[in-house]
Design a protein around this ligand. Structure first.
Ligand code: GLU
Length: 420
């Protein structure tokens, strides 16, 4: 049995191994796909506001480039290591292949607690990091985007820094930019919107209605907060949400819009002054008696213990890698469907692709066009995953999704062949 705290990269490789049986990928190509193509580690020294200097570690991993330019976010978090970034870059590769975007997968990050930095320090950190990785990224080579604790402003600084070196504005080097400088309408809420769409699709598939369904969401950053808003709009009852400071639980439903606006301005849930709700721990939230649990924070939060105690009917993975492979086994055994991260949180990168297309064509779309295209692609992929799961008698949705993704990637490698 896998150890309870597997490294994310081990987790990802086990997921690939399980899918290999159903994908039938050539063993040589498969072996190649298990290893990152390259990872850069950079030193990011910055001047702090008090005149001191501090050095941070930054990374960018390009995992698989068989299907096109590398694509994936940049996260700022104390847990960032080369290994974590590598696993996340792998997941990006399979995510992009699953939704059939013409991209490979990448991920970057800096080990930093952003709450300890001022806005100016964060700007200097971002610019210095961008300089560090700028020979690796580019509109045709590797296109970063936001991830944990990075946002449109971070992307604006990255775009500007890259453009300064190029001598002209290059909007399509990053996605998730503010709309004023080439961002697309709909990108900020895209991941949360996608989580809402796949949740609704799953309910439909199970012959249930989202109307009145109870939802608990762990993590109330951009993704969690938008998922909460959009699910509430679709008729679901969001009864519990949490951030790093606390969880809030109200069986009658929380004031999701008020909470999302408050959190959007940087407010901690522990200090929320709005309608009162019961305080609840992060683990208790995951095992609440609700219809849907949505982990939207960090990796490895659904362990075997949580999986055994889980009362929800379905899990929708808004975070990357929230379920350990050992916990996956428990949930398969217990017949609890899990919509895997590489399907559930793909809305963000789908709209990133639409932003990049608009930048490349120098033609802007409307919000309605973006949302319609997001929904079309996500619903099509959801149906494809359900189709594989049913037709090939695959035990779970994750393995079904991975089998489609690695098969698509392997075909690209087979056609391109091995160099030299
Ligand atoms: N960071 C997001 C993810 O994990 C978005 C990546 C992108 O838009 O390139 O999917």
């Amino acid at each position: 049995m896998a150890s309870e705290e597997p490294s994310p990269i081990e987790n990802m490789r086990t997921q690939m191994d399980r899918a290999q049986e159903y994908a039938g990928v050539d063993q040589n190509v498969f072996e190649r796909m298990k290893h990152p193509e390259r990872t850069l580690e950079v030193s990011v020294p910055i001047l702090l506001d008090d005149g001191e200097e501090r050095v941070f570690r930054g990374y960018r991993c390009q995992f698989d480039g068989g299907r096109g330019p590398y694509k994936g976010g940049v996260r700022y978090h104390p847990s960032v290591t080369m290994e974590e970034v590598t696993a996340l870059a792998g997941w990006m590769s399979w995510k992009n292949a699953l939704v059939d975007l013409p991209y490979g997968g990448a991920k970057g990050g800096i080990a930093v607690e952003t709450k300890e930095l001022s806005r100016d320090e964060t700007k200097r950190l971002t610019r210095r990091y961008t300089e560090g990785i700028r020979r690796m990224i580019g509109p045709q080579t590797d296109i970063p985007a936001p991830d944990m604790n990075t946002n449109p402003q971070t992307m604006a600084w990255m775009m500007d820094t890259y453009s300064v070196y190029e001598g002209h504005t290059v909007p399509q080097v990053v996605t998730g930019k503010p709309v004023e400088i080439g961002g697309t309408p709909g990108r900020v809420e895209a991941t949360g919107r996608g989580v809402g769409i796949v949740t609704e699709q799953l309910f439909e598939h199970l012959d249930n209605s989202i109307d009145g369904a109870t939802v608990a969401i762990q993590g109330f950053g951009n993704v969690g907060a938008w998922a909460a808003r959009l699910l509430a709009q679709a008729g679901a009852k969001v009864v519990a949400v949490s951030d790093i400071t606390t969880g809030l639980y109200d069986p009658d439903g929380l004031d999701v819009i008020g909470l999302a606006e408050y959190a959007g301005e940087g407010g901690a849930l522990a200090d929320y002054g709005g309608p009162q709700a019961e305080a609840i721990g992060n683990e208790a939230l995951l095992t609440l008696d609700v219809d849907v649990v949505i982990p939207a924070a960090v990796a490895n939060v659904i362990t075997t213990e949580i999986a055994e105690d889980l009362q929800a009917n379905v899990v929708v993975e808004a975070a990357n890698g929230p379920t350990t492979t050992a916990a996956d086994d428990v949930l398969i055994e217990r017949d609890v469907p899990v919509v895997p991260d590489i399907l559930a949180n793909t809305g963000g990168v789908i709209v990133s692709y639409l932003e990049w297309v608009q930048n490349t064509q120098e033609y802007a779309w409307t919000l309605e066009e973006v949302n319609a295209e997001l929904e079309r692609r996500l619903v099509g992929t959801f149906d494809e995953v359900i189709g594989a799961y049913t037709d090939r008698e695959i035990p779970d949705l994750r393995t079904a999704a991975f089998s489609i993704a690695i098969d698509r990637c392997a075909r690209a490698h087979s056609y391109r062949g091995l160099f030299p």
